[in-house]
Design a protein around this ligand. Sequence first.
Ligand code: C3B
Length: 818
Amino acid sequence: MKRQMPSTKELEREIKDRVKSMFRKDFEDATEEEIYRACAEVVNDVVIDNWLTTQKEFVKQDPKCVYYMSMEFLIGRLLGNNMINMRGYTEVMDALANLGVDINLIEDQEPDPALGNGGLGRLAACFLDSLATLQYPAYGCGIRYHYGMFKQKINDGFQEEVPDDWLQTRYPFELQRSEYEFEVKFGGWVRYENQPDGSTKYIHEGYNSVIATPYDMPITGFDNGMVNTLMIWDAKPKEVFRLASFERGDYNKAVEDMNLARNLTEVLYPNDNHIQGKELRLKQQYFFVSASLQRAIDKYLRYHNDIMRLPEKVVFQMNDTHPTLTVAELMRLLMDEHGLGWDDAWEVTTHCVAYTNHTIMAEALEKWPEDIFKGLLPRIYMIVEEINRRFCEEIKAKFPGDDEKVHRMAILADGQVKMAHMAICAGFSVNGVAALHTEILKNVSLHDFYEMYPEKFNNKTNGITQRRFLMHGNYKLSDWVIKKIGRGWITDLSQMEKLTMLLDDKKSLQQFMDIKLENKKRLAKYIFDHNGIAVDPNSIFDVQVKRLHEYKRQLLNILHVMYLYNQIKEHPEMDFYPTTFIFGAKASAGYENAKLIIKLINNVGAVINNDKSIDNKLKVVFIEDYRVSNAEWIFAAADVSEQISTASKEASGTGNMKFMLNGAVTIGTMDGANVEMYQELGGENIFIFGMSSDEVIAHEKNHDYNPVDEMNKNPHIQKVLSQLVNGNYSIDNPELFRPIYNSLLNTQCTERADTYFVLKDFASYCEAHEKIQEAYKDREKWARMALSNVAHVGKFSSDRTIQEYVDDIWHLDKLELK
Ligand code: C3B
C-alpha cells in the first residue's frame, strides 16, 4: 500500500518530535540545520515504507529492469524533490510556516549533491526521476565520490576551486548496504590452467583489491508510491588494517590496498566534454562497473537459474563510453565466474548492453593507452584483445580488402584501447541524444560503424523533468498552470499544449508576465545578496548558464556585450531596452582558456556596471558557483535563453529545454535540440542565427575559414577585438586577455584560429539580438512568445524520452503498484 505524507497538523507535531528526539531540543531552540535534518527524517519515514513496498513487488512481479550505468549523477538536493514527489511539499511548507520557519531556508541547509559535471550527469538524474514516475524498475549505478564537483569562488574575477565536502556530516538520503559488498581486483597477472575437458581456466593472481560497498539512495516517483534505487559505490580495504597490531601477511600489499581504497572514490574528475587519461579514472570506471555487474548478476541468480536468459530480465545502458568496461567485465563474469564459453557469453553480453553517445567532440573520445589498461586490468585486456580480433575479422568479411577501414574501426589500434568502438561493437543499440546529433553520428563521426551496423543506430532526444524544473523551481508558474489547465501536465507534459488557448487572452498574458517579474525579483535579490550588484527586475534578463567550454561560446556572448557597450557610449540617444546579461559557468580546473573567459566576463562587468554614464542600460552579472539548486531560480527568472554553441558541436543541450519550460525565449543556433525546439515552436517564437551544421562541417573539411577576413570586413569586430588587448578591460595588465585574442586570430596558437567560428557568426548574432530588442518592447507580443514556449515544451519532458528508451531499447515491464 502506498503511504501518503501526513497532514499539515500531523507534520507540525512530527517535526517537533523529531527535533526533540534527534537533538534533545525544543523546536524554538533548534538551528535551521537541525530542522532540516528533522524534516528529512519525517519525509524519509514515508519514503522508506514505499521503498520497501516497491522492492517487495519487484520480487513478486519479477519485471525486466534497466541498470543505468553512469560515472555521474547530478541529482541535486533531494528534500524538496522528495516532498514534491510524495505530494507533501505544500503541507511541509505550511507546517514550517505555522512553526515560524521559511521552507526555503530549511531546504538551503542540504548540501547540493554534485556527483556530476553538467549535462550528462543531470540527464542521468532526470532519467531516474522519470523512470520512477513511469513505474519502470530501474537502478542507477555510480560512484560515491567523497568530493563532488568543486565549489566555485570568484576572487578578483578569477575562478578558484574549493573542494565540495558534501559528506562532512551524514547525508540523510543515503543508506549503506553492507550486505551487498563485492570484491574488485586490480593489477597482477593471469595464469592459465588447461582443464581435463579441454577448456582453459584463467586465474588472476598477484592483484590488489578493494571491497566495494554500496550506498543506496531512494528515487521517488511522482505520486505513485514507486521508489527505485540509485546505488553509488564506495571503496574500503579488504581487511581493516591496523598498523600497530599488524603481525602477519604482506605488509606492503596491505598498505597498497589501503591506499587504493582511499583514493578510488575520493573525487569526481571535473571535466565536461573532455577526457583526462588518468589511470585513477580508469580504476574508478572498472570499480563501479565491476561492483554493479556483480550485484546485478547476484540479484538475478537469487531468483533465476539460467544465466543464458539474463537479457530477459536485465539491460545495462552505458551513459557515454565511461562505463564501456561493462562489455568486457560482463564477459569475464559470465565466463570465469559462471562457466559460460565465449560464444554463449558473447550472446548474453550483446543482448544486455546498449550505448548512448553524448558528444562528437574529439577530445571527449575515450582512448586508453594499452599499457596502462593491460597493467591495471590484465584479464579484461585479454578479453578485449579477443573481442577486437573477432571484430576485425567481421569487418574484413563485410568489407573485403579495405584494410584502412579495419584500422580505423579496430578497438585496439595505435597503442590505444578505443572505448567507443568496443561499445558499438558489443552494444545492441547505439543512440544519439538529439535528431541532428544522431544524423551527424551516422553520416560523419561514426559513419564507418553506421555502414556496418545500420540497425543499431537510433535517436533518443533528451528531455528534462518538469517536476524539479517547474514544480519545484518555479512554483508560482506551476500553480498558475494548474489553475488554467489542471494537473495532467505534471506527468504528461504534452498537455501544456492546452495553454495555447490563452495566447490571445490579455488577462492571462498579464498574469503570466507578472509571475515572471516576481521570479526576476527573487533572482535580483539573490544577485544582490551574493554579488552586491543591484539589477533592475524590469530589464531584460538575458541568461547563459552552463559549463564553460569554448564550443558553447560564452565568448561570443561577452564580445557582443562589449559591442553593445560601445554602441551605447557612441550613441547615447539610441533606443535600447535595458538588459542584464547573466552568466553562470564552471570551468574545468585545468582549462586555461575557459578560466580566462570567466575573468573577461567579470572584468567587462566591472567596467560596465560602474559606468554611470550609460544610465543602467547594461549590467553584466557572473553568478558564482552555478549548480542545480540556484539553476532552478535562474531558469524561472530568465527572459532570454542563450543557446549559442557552434552548430554541430552541442549534442543536445538540456538547459535550453529548462528555459523553455519556464517561459524564456531562446536565441540560438541550429544545433542540438535547438533544432527540434524550433520545429515545435515555429520560427516566430525563437531567434535563430548563425551557420548551419552543414556549413560548419564543410568549413572544417575544406579548411577555408579565415577569421581575419571576418574582422577586416566588420569595424565593430575590429573595435571589440582591439579592446581585448588595449587595457580597456584590464588596465593593470593589458596583455591579460592576449591568449583570447590569439585564439581568435592567430593561427600560430591553435590548430586553426577561431576554432568555434565566433567571428563568423558575430554579425548574425548581433542582428538576432536587435530583433529581441524590438520584440521585447512590445510587451504583449513578448508575453505571447514566452507563453508559446511553455505551451510547446511537451516534447522535451524526460518522461517522453524514457518512454522511447523503453519502447525501442529496453522493453521494460511496468511495475504494478496498488
Ligand atoms: C553533454 C552534452 O555536451 C550535451 O549536449 C548533452 O545535452 C548532455 O551531455 C546530455 O546528453 N555531455 C556532457 O555533459 N559530458 C560529456 N562528457 C559529454 C556530453
